[in-house]
Design a protein around this ligand. Sequence first.
Ligand code: C5P
Length: 242
Amino acid sequence: MTVAAIVPAAGRGDRLGPGQPKALRTLGGVPMLVHAVRALSRARLVDLVVVAAPPDGVGEVKALLALHDIGAEVLVVAGGAERQDSVARALEALPPAVDVVLVHDAARPLAPSELVDAVAGAVLAGHIAVVPGVPMADTVKRIAPGEPRDGERGPRSELVTETVSRSDLRCIQTPQGFDRAVLAKAHAMADATLTDDAGLVERLGLPVVVVAGSAEAFKITRPIDLLLAEAVLLERRANGAL
Ligand code: C5P
């Protein structure tokens, strides 16, 4: 069985504030994308990594990866307008021998290699779609826009309509793992733009299995996530894990 890992890395990351594309921002002096690709290539079960780069940044990403010690075969393709398009383009570029595909966001640079192997292992054990999930920490409420009041300034107020039980909810991370044929079919038949790949498999009515996620696989979205990531890297260095 040949396992490939696709890394959608073509997003701008506007929620982080102005600057370079998110995947090229550095953590501990190393671009996020390099951290993510290293985590995948260090996993025992991953044979090949395919990066979907910003369409105008393919050469830059190739040069960047060549500069760093990656340790696995890496292909770079041009990504698309949405995350889903970026994954679809990388899927098209996979060699025929690949039968298991992981999809891992560059925006989750510190996902442990053990998590990568756990997801790949579950697919190799026969599950056609596997996602890592973690319980939710916060209380979850559904809201609706409140009534606008005369002279109200700033963002419109919101009203709580329901408190949702969180016991059967999970926050879903990446890497997500798939039987290649299933993921290719899910993308080919996609009739909506979703924020993850397992969602497309769910729309085909096929089962998606959840395995235990990792706190360190958090997604870097807001500026405070960068601080947390730097702290995780400091701790790994102190423990000799880097
Ligand atoms: O923006 P967000 O954090 O949800 O992006 C998730 C992942 O999808 C990131 O790694 C980002 O680089 C990637 N992406 C992409 N192509 C796009 C938009 C996002 O590869 N057009």
